[in-house]
Design a protein around this ligand. Sequence first.
Ligand SMILES: [Zn+2]
Length: 330
Amino acid sequence: MYRPMTIACSFSLLIVFTHAVPQEFRDQTIDRKTPEWALKKINKPALRTGLEYLDKGLFENLPTVAYEAKEWFQEYIPQWCLDQSSNKDNGFDPAKDIKVYDIRYTDCAMPWVVCIHNDSPMDINGFAGLFSRIPVSSRSFVRHVLTVPGDSEAGANTDGDIVFENLSSDDVATIIHEVGHSLDKFAYDEQLSFSSDWVDKTSKDKSVPNTYAGSSAIEDVAESSIVATYNMLVPGGFPKIESRWVEVRNQYETVQTWQREKANTVMRPGGSCRKRFKNSDTVERPSTKRLLRGRWAPWRRSPKPGTSLPEGMEVIQPGHFESGRCVRKH
Ligand SMILES: [Zn+2]
């Protein structure tokens, strides 16, 4: 069952959707200025209002991967999760509202460190199962995730870190959309949504896949990632379910071509876990610091969780990009 869904990301620099780039990365961080045209509305009709008609095929062809989720000791939290949940406007208390987990999937030697707000619609198992459907070579382009409650279903990807608001178990398209932003920013030697190849090829298309894709080239790439994934994985492809497929073919085919030629076909199930981002620093929660100053003795502290990259894992060069604004109907 699918509920209408809105994704709301904001260009206004809401603290909840932004974070500072760790100091040690600054020298080697990719900084890309968003071209003005990539933010402009696309003046084409939409084939559909939403893409919910693709969800059944996506669920059936994106298998889950086994995992083990282990909660961190209460004293510790990743700096990024602390920053996101410390925004006074959202009313969250990082000292007690957020649980931190390692999710270790069987297809990767390095776990993902995710933060789950206690009032999120999905618990850790709900999220870990849904996230497992993203093929590992694409999942690798996500660093941290924070799920939070909210009035509407929303998501935002900033520099490979994703905040999901009110995410539910039927939102496979939302996860592909947000991972699509990661791939756009990090998987290729240049950003697909900023490239002349994207402009040249997609200018021939008569329509955009759905209403939300028309909001900008950046969002069109993310929505076309959903269509491309469907086309690659579901037998018969997109033309079998969409009679007007030819009107948007250059959009999803360009995403597929870039994934195949520049990123080793990242949205196919299976594959390997060869590269990951370096995790953000592990820090103490504010309340724990207070406790330590009081009756807690330092030697009673729990061991700090290890979050380093395993030997041989390639480090994805971190980026610092201007955030995009998105409002999509599911
Ligand atoms: Zn988006």
